[in-house]
Ligand binder design. Structure first.
Ligand SMILES: [Zn+2]
Length: 317
C-alpha cells in the first residue's frame, strides 16, 4: 500500500490531522495510527524496517545472554504473584493473563466451519465449499463477506457487555485475538481495518469506542493498518428497536461519511470493517455502502459476535 501522492497533497493538513487523531486515540485509549501516519511513504517504511532489524539484532543478542532470558520471566513471575492472572469473563484463577478459565471456554459458542460463505452464519451440516445461506440469497448484504468469532450467547455475550458497558478495556486483547482467528481469510490480504465509528456525543459519554479497541487488537495479529477516523458518524441515530427493515435503512441514511480528503485512501483498497456485534447488519451495510461509493474494491465485515436471529432481536444495534 503506497500512497505517497495522496500524502504529499495533504501535507498541509498533516499537523491538524495528527492532533485530531491523537485526541481520538486518547478517547479510545488506543495507540493506533491515524490516517496520515498509517499511509507510510517508502523512505519511512525503509527506515522503520531498518530500525526494526537493528532492534531485532539487539534483541537477539540479549536473548542469547542468560540474564536476557531470565529477566522477563522473573518480572512476569513477580507480577503474577502480586496480581494473579484471572479469567477475563468470571475472574476465576487462570494459568495465564488475557485468557478464559476452562468453564468459560466451554460456555463460549465459537463459530467454526461449515458456515455461509457470505454471512458467516454456521451451518448444522457441511454442504460443501462456497455454500450460501437462504438469508444471503434472499437479501444479499452490501458487504462481500462477514465473519464473527462467536454467537452472541453465553460467555461471548458477557464479554461484549463487559467491554461495552463495564469499562473492561483489557478484554479487547482476547476478543481481538479470537476475531483474528475467525477472520483469517478476510485479513490475509486486507489493506485496511476500519472500526464502525461512534457519534462524538456518544463517544464523549462512553469515553471510548469499543469497535476501535477491537480493531486495534485485531491489527496486532495482522499486517493491515487501522484507520480510526476514516469513517465518520455525522448523525446521531435513534435506537433501531421496533423498526422495520426499510425504516432501519432510512434511520441510518446519511449517518456515515468519509471526509473528501480521505476518499483516495479507500479507492481500490480491500477494507475490513470491525465492530463488536452484528445483529441485523443494518449498521454494517450502511458503512459498506459509503465505502463502496468511495471506491473500495472489497468490503468485508468482522465482528466478535453474531446474533443468530438478528431480525427478531433488533435491540442490540
Ligand atoms: Zn471463567
Amino acid at each position: 500500500m503506497r500512497s505517497s501522492q495522496s500524502l504529499s497533497s495533504r501535507n498541509g493538513a498533516g499537523s491538524f490531522r495528527r492532533a485530531r487523531v491523537s485526541a481520538a486515540c486518547a478517547l479510545t485509549g488506543s495507540k493506533s495510527w491515524g490516517t496520515s501516519s498509517a499511509m507510510r511513504t517508502e523512505p519511512e517504511t525503509e527506515a522503520r524496517e531498518k530500525g526494526l532489524s537493528a532492534l531485532g539484532g539487539w534483541r537477539a543478542g540479549l536473548s542469547r545472554a542468560p540474564f536476557g532470558r531470565l529477566l522477563p520471566a522473573l518480572v512476569r513471575r513477580g507480577l503474577d504473584l502480586v496480581y494473579p492472572p484471572q479469567c477475563a469473563s468470571c475472574e476465576a484463577a487462570t494459568a495465564s493473563a488475557h485468557s478464559l478459565c476452562v468453564a468459560c471456554w466451554n460456555r463460549l459458542p465459537l463459530i467454526a466451519r461449515p458456515c455461509c460463505e457470505r454471512l458467516g452464519t454456521p451451518f448444522a451440516a457441511d454442504f460443501g465449499a462456497g455454500m450460501l445461506s437462504p438469508a444471503a440469497i434472499a437479501d444479499p448484504p452490501r458487504f462481500d463477506r462477514a465473519r464473527a468469532a462467536a454467537l452472541h450467547e453465553g460467555a461471548a455475550k458477557e464479554l461484549v457487555a463487559r467491554l461495552k458497558y463495564g469499562e473492561r478495556l483489557d478484554l479487547a486483547r482476547l476478543m481481538g485475538r479470537l476475531m483474528a482467528q475467525a477472520g483469517r481469510d478476510l485479513l490475509a490480504d486486507a489493506d485496511l481495518l476500519v472500526p464502525v465509528p461512534m457519534h462524538p456525543r456518544r463517544l464523549w459519554q462512553r469515553r471510548y469506542n469499543q469497535a476501535a479497541l477491537l480493531a486495534n487488537a485485531v491489527a496486532k495479529e495482522t499486517t493491515a493498518p487501522v484507520l480510526l477516523d476514516l469513517l465518520l458518524r455525522q448523525r446521531h441515530t435513534p435506537p433501531q428497536v421496533g423498526l422495520t427493515r426499510e425504516q432501519r435503512r432510512g434511520n441510518l441514511a446519511g449517518a456515515f461519511a468519509i471526509a473528501p480528503e480521505n476518499r483516495a485512501l479507500v479507492a481500490g483498497r480491500r477494507v475490513v470493517v470491525i465492530d463488536d456485534v452484528r445483529t441485523t447488519g443494518s449498521t454494517l451495510n450502511a458503512c459498506a455502502h459509503i465505502l463502496r461509493k468511495a471506491g473500495a474494491s472489497r468490503i468485508d465485515v468482522l465482528t466478535f459476535t453474531l446474533v443468530a436471529d438478528g431480525e427478531a432481536r433488533m435491540d442490540m444495534e
